[in-house]
Ligand binder design. Sequence first.
Ligand code: GFB
Length: 324
Amino acid sequence: MNNSKRKKIYIAGHNGMVGRAIWRNLKKHGYSNLIGVSSKDLDLRLQNNVNTFFREQQPDIVIDAAAVVGGILANDTYPYEFLMDNMLIQNNLIKASHKTDVEKFIFLGSSCIYPKNAVQPITENALLTNALEPTNQWYAIAKISGVKLCEAIRKQYNKDFVSLMPTNLYGTHDNFDLKTSHVLPALIRKFHEAKLNNHSPVVLWGSGNPLREFLHVDDLAKAVVFAVENTLPENLYNVGTGKDISIKELASIIQEIVAHKGAIKWDTSKPDGTPRKLLDVSKINALGWEAKIGLKEGIKSTYHWFCDNIDIIKEVSIHESNTV
Ligand code: GFB
């Protein structure tokens, strides 16, 4: 077996949607020495516990897919946790990785790090050029500080610490809780439940006009495997499809896939969030990674997964969520 496939890779957040997809994809590529620890056994917010874990385990590579995450309402409702817990988690992981001299650290964040009114499509150098979207500025500031910490270690110590910023993600093991989830899983659940309820009307949030880009989590996982296998020359890369659609268009695609025949109502008392956040993905595309899973295909497989797992899908509070 290729020696690099035996490297010990710690996936922080391995029980979340992103961590699970990375684990699956690394296994598929022949990586056999993967480690993960549940948040019940290791609270990543506690520095001493994280340090002890790193001293004992000595991973070669660390992938940070652990974070407090949620949709627009969760971000807006729990600003303290989105800022504080995310800073604690990433600071502890970054510092322990630096101190124990891991050979590669991959930091995952989100496209919300960029300014609300950034020029579209958003290039990596739009970072810190203007004000953030208010609903998710807390999460964005935490993630920006993670990107900057990795950049600082790279600059000062010449280490392979790299940040990947995915656009809005979806896929199997997503959070389908209607209060804390992102739009795509929320719509799958809302249309499905309304269909079972005699095609009752579905109430969606905001105006439906904002534009969003959606990336299947297995495509992101392939970008992470790509970053494991290659030394990326720069500190920050956008990861997306390069295509966006309005929330109204997304709603009609999901409505058709789910076969809901009722009305859609828009609750404009709920926030729209940022008007548009389409990533410029030319930098990572030029290195050799590109998204492969089409949106309709990805939504269909996620809907099938939702139907097959409806009994085990639990209500997830932001304190339990651990994906980016
Ligand atoms: O996915 P989402 O919650 O977050 O919402 P963001 C996207 C858009 O969908 C917003 C609308 O305009 C929502 O108002 N929407 C319509 C809904 N119906 C629903 C619904 O039932 N549930 C939800 N959740 N939205 C998040 C950030 O922003 O994106 C995070 O807050 C992170 O920090 C994540 O960056 C990727 O795309 O606005």
